[in-house]
Design a protein around this ligand. Structure first.
Ligand code: SF4
Length: 334
């Protein structure tokens, strides 16, 4: 009965409390209630935007042994197998064209390291924008950044900022949770959209801990959120450790959607790694990936873990989405 009441509240757009979010995340994955919240979340997110999905793309621009040393990342200085590298202009233009060949891409993340060179980054933004086919938005995915630097990026043409106060921040990473959050506030103050996710989720993360992060995403009015599991990346301390299942991950996504249902604007919801259960549980966005990737040890993830746009589109169609939202908000049939 308690879970039914939470579902009714979410369907009505009433605010789900922290205690209720904890109750959702605490459900047995295979319980009737957990299946009920998956279905309700999928129904809510599809009702809110006419059963349309979103395709994003990410290009990894550069990598080097990263001082932040996050223990789940293939670029961390103590564990990386990568040499320092940077994508050349031609490859960036080619990857951008490849992602936007049919104009379906809603947003393109340009990702680089925690420490990055602003001049190089702005040049990459310029190249990507000149190579776009369609109204795709450009989002940065970089390290901690000041308000003034975000103003520079905004002037350079970005629309928003992916950044994240991650689970285990300050323990599995050497970064300050407060600094990570401040970066998101800086982006908002600069007039940029903010995008984040609940990541990287592993079995030790409690419902209480995840709830704090979900409510932070709500507070910053994220444009896009999502649920991402921790990958046991070879060479990192997590190599060989069990990852949570997509089944568990789908319940987490459903709890997020029910908690976000009272927001002025329902966030776009991703799921990593992409899987049909996620799209039947409230996710509506999928991300193609190219270039280096912190969850991969292949120097171009498109040859390994990364998906291409056609595959993303096919999975959204398989999950029953009828339309794709483009970067200017218009919709096309899948
Ligand atoms: S996750 Fe980001 S900040 Fe952490 S080591 Fe990797 S690149 Fe650096």
């Amino acid at each position: 009965m308690k879970i039914n009441r939470i579902i009714e509240k979410a369907c009505a757009g009433d605010a789900v409390t922290r205690e209720e979010c904890i109750a959702l995340l605490s459900l047995d994955d295979a319980s009737r209630e957990a299946f009920a919240i998956r279905g309700a979340a999928a129904g809510i997110i599809r009702e809110r935007n006419g059963n349309a999905g979103y395709i994003f793309g990410q290009i990894g621009l550069a990598c080097s042994p990263c001082q932040a040393n996050c223990s789940f990342c293939s670029f961390a200085k103590n564990y990386t197998q990568f040499r320092t590298m940077e994508i050349d202009k031609e490859s960036l233009a080619e990857k951008t064209k490849e992602f936007t060949y049919n104009g379906d891409l809603y947003g393109l993340y340009l990702m680089t390291m925690h420490e990055y060179n602003m001049g190089h980054f702005l040049k990459s933004v310029e190249i990507a924008k000149a190579s776009l086919n369609g109204p795709t938005k450009i989002f940065s995915n970089v390290g901690d950044t000041t308000y003034e630097e975000f103003l520079e990026m905004k002037a350079g043409g970005i629309d928003g900022v992916y950044h994240c106060w991650r689970l285990g921040e300050g323990k599995e990473t050497t970064l300050s949770p407060e600094e990570r959050k401040r970066t998101l506030y800086n982006a908002r103050k600069a007039g940029l959209e903010v995008l984040d996710a609940l990541e990287p989720i592993a079995a030790e993360h409690t419902p209480e801990e995840m709830t704090e992060h979900i409510f932070f995403s709500k507070e910053i009015e994220t444009l896009q959120c999502g649920a991402m599991k921790r990958i046991a990346v070879p060479g990192t301390p997590f190599e060989g450790t069990p990852e949570i299942s997509n089944f568990t991950l789908s319940k987490v996504a459903a709890a997020q959607v029910l908690t976000f249902a009272s927001m002025r604007r329902m966030p776009i919801m991703g799921i990593h790694e992409p899987n049909i259960m996620g799209y039947m549980s409230g996710a509506n966005m999928i991300c193609a990936e190219s270039g280096v990737n912190p969850r991969d040890v292949c120097k171009d993830t498109k040859a390994n873990r990364g998906w291409n746009v056609a595959r993303c589109r096919a999975l959204l169609k398989e999950a029953g989405f009828r339309k794709i939202v483009l970067g200017d908000g218009s919709k096309v049939m899948i």
